[in-house]
Design a protein around this ligand. Structure first.
Ligand SMILES: NC(=O)c1ccc[n+]([C@@H]2O[C@H](COP(=O)([O-])OP(=O)(O)OC[C@H]3O[C@@H](n4cnc5c(N)ncnc54)[C@H](O)[C@@H]3O)[C@@H](O)[C@H]2O)c1
Ligand SMILES: [Zn+2]
Length: 351
């Protein structure tokens, strides 16, 4: 089992390995006295993994209860959060008890937010079941729900007490959902690790999955430890996300987060190249890597539609929005763009 330690406002371990879901109870018990464990999951993951998780927790002395919401981004709203909070209260979950977020990024973000606000905060454990959640959302303590105005518009910085990633669970992911995680993995490569980019750019890297997850998680750990509350270097993790979130939202979430980020990353690389900030050929390298992994690279929305979404982004500060521009594989820069120039930027991106 691989172990990565994060020292943020809470210090916690990320455990990565194959077939380790059965150790969830024991690993949790090493850190948290047996208590009631409220498992939050979605209806798809419930069928696949909840029994094994419950059994492991019960064997270690935890009592369990479970709440499953309909799978998908469309559930990531205040109504589901409210249902989760009411469920916790009905089950008489107390501040001594814990939440287990068993699922993908939607589950981790929403269950994490519930943990942050239920009785002003109870401890929680992330058990990521998608590739995206394993490399990205389960680490770093950003929790959120979407509002009508946009993605992740309400939430909290709230760190888990443990992250346990059983890589075997990723075997049941549909190819498209697996590809969402590849988009975030390529993102880490473009931000700061040319070797990682090379390893994933050709596709077909399933045999190296544990190592790749560890590499991504370590990079995220280092960034989060430097800037837990997203005032500086952490913004680099938003590469492709400002355009991506606008695309995701415009599609009514028919385009998944990872697929939207893939498009966003390619489009912003084109702009960076055109502005003379990036080395020649960068956008093409990114495009090929995405295509090799069956990810999309463009979209036929109008510049107006995307601009509208971008202007609502929560990275807007007064009259400016931060964009992350790649300059070469392994390096990016954060640039503040005045809102009046956003439409022009989006038009360039779509050309
Ligand atoms: N907090 C962060 O730092 C952060 C970072 C990146 C993304 N995110 C968020 O993560 C979300 C996207 O995450 P996601 O793509 O994991 O979405 P998701 O949680 O909806 O999972 C995608 C689909 O895969 C299914 N699934 C999950 N695990 C499975 C398994 N092992 N086998 C078969 N099917 C499985 C789910 O039921 C769902 O239908 C977005 O809302 C995004 O905003 C957050
Ligand atoms: Zn993302």
């Amino acid at each position: 089992m691989r172990k990565v330690i994060v020292k943020a406002s809470v210090e916690y371990a990320i455990l990565i390995g194959r077939g380790i879901l059965g150790q969830l109870g024991e690993e949790t018990k090493k850190r948290i006295q047996p208590c009631k464990a409220a498992i939050i999951t979605d209806t798809t993951v419930e069928k696949l993994y909840v029994e094994q998780a419950e059994k492991s927790l019960q064997q270690a002395g935890f009592t369990t209860c479970r709440f499953a919401y309909p799978a998908g981004e469309n559930s990531k709203h205040i109504g589901t959060l409210s249902d989760i909070l009411e469920f916790l209260a009905e089950e008489e979950v107390t501040r001594q008890d814990i939440i287990i977020a068993l699922g993908g990024g939607v589950c981790g973000d929403m269950a994490g937010f519930a943990a942050a606000v239920y009785q002003r905060g109870i401890r929680f454990v992330q058990v990521p079941t998608t590739f995206l959640a394993a490399v990205d959302s389960s680490v770093g303590g950003k929790t959120a729900i979407d509002l009508k105005a946009g993605k992740n518009m309400a939430g909290a910085f709230y760190q888990p007490h443990l992250v346990l990633c059983d890589v075997d669970m990723l075997d049941t992911l549909p190819e498209e959902v697996f590809a969402d995680g590849i988009a975030e993995t390529l993102k880490y490569g473009v931000i700061g690790d040319a070797d990682l980019f090379e390893k994933t750019a050709k596709g077909d890297f399933r045999n190296d999955l544990e190592e790749i997850i560890e590499t991504c998680v370590k990079m995220k750990r280092d960034i989060v430890m430097e800037d837990e509350f997203d005032n500086g270097v952490r913004q680099l993790l938003n590469l492709g996300h400002t355009l991506g979130h606008a695309i995701e939202k415009r599609s009514g979430f028919a385009i998944s987060h990872g697929h939207a980020v893939a498009i966003g990353m390619h489009l912003i690389a084109k702009v960076a190249e055109e502005k003379g900030m990036a080395e020649a050929g960068l956008a093409e390298k990114i495009r090929k890597a995405l295509e090799n992994n069956n990810l999309p690279v463009s979209i036929d929305y109008s510049a107006e539609e995307i601009t509208e979404g971008v202007l609502k982004d929560k990275k807007r500060r007064g009259g400016e929005i931060s964009f992350v521009f790649p300059t070469k594989i392994g390096h990016c820069e954060i640039v503040k763009i005045p809102v009046e120039e956003v439409a022009e930027l989006v038009e360039k991106a779509l050309q």
